[in-house]
Design a protein around this ligand. Structure first.
Ligand code: ADE
Length: 230
């Protein structure tokens, strides 16, 4: 079994590499891929760089070139739901691209012909995450994540995304990774820890909490891997 663990930024995978200690590094398609053996399974780990294009490339590479059979994403997000505070964890039930817009042709936001507004994450891993949360004594919210090539630092935009997609959190990679995994039939799990509230203070909050929130997410992801291995 080969499991991919992906982030968008170095900070999002650093705690995972630190925990593993030893790994090999391979350069491919202008990115670095880290491979390790962990409790009898093979792991392939990478950060993609920010945004939908880079994350599409990395997810595709992990699956098609490195042979990943499951993909787990770890990272941070901006909160839309008022229930979510900095450091809280959210598991994506489904994901959508908030910046995909051909509404001029009568289609809903987030839709292109032969695509779908929402892509659903693997229900088995979502179920598993509830057990992991209980064992870690953590509260983990399940909800909709909206993705776009935009750092949202604007209450109006955030509320529009929340209302249009019924989304609880927003970030810049989840839905593109979901599209790749769905197309290639790879079960995927997307976890985010909140770094900011996607409001006027978002960039300051992001800078302050990126590292600590990324760590929260990474710790949970490794417990998910443990559960998959057990
Ligand atoms: N990731 C974390 N915070 C974000 C924000 N406010 N906008 C987009 N992506 C994010």
């Amino acid at each position: 079994m080969k499991i991919a663990i992906m982030g968008a930024m170095p900070e999002e995978i650093a705690p995972i590499l630190e925990k593993l200690g030893t790994y090999t590094t391979t350069e491919y398609a202008k990115n670095k891929y880290y491979e390790a053996s962990y409790r009898g399974v093979d792991l392939i780990i990478a950060y993609s760089k920010i945004g939908k294009v880079f994350s599409t490339l990395t997810a595709s590479t992990m699956i098609e070139h490195f042979g990943a059979e499951k993909l787990l994403f770890s990272g941070v997000a901006g909160a839309i739901s008022s229930e979510l505070r900095v450091g809280d964890l959210i598991v994506a039930t489904k994901l959508s691209q908030h910046d995909l817009d051909i509404t001029a042709f009568g289609h809903p936001f987030g839709f292109v012909p032969e695509g779908a507004v929402f892509i659903e994450a693997d229900t088995q891993m979502i179920e598993m995450s509830k057990e992991v949360a209980t064992s870690m004594r953590k509260t983990v919210k399940e909800g909709i994540i909206a993705t776009g090539d935009q750092f949202v630092a604007n209450e109006q935009r955030k509320n529009w995304i929340g209302n249009t997609f019924n989304a609880d959190a927003l970030e810049m990679e989840g839905a593109s990774v979901a599209v790749v995994c769905d197309a290639l039939n790879i079960p995927f799990f997307i976890l985010r820890a909140i770094s900011d509230a996607a409001d006027v203070d978002a960039s300051f909050s992001f800078d302050e909490f990126l590292e600590s929130s990324a760590k929260e997410s990474a710790e949970f992801i490794m417990k998910m891997v443990d559960k998959l291995v057990d």
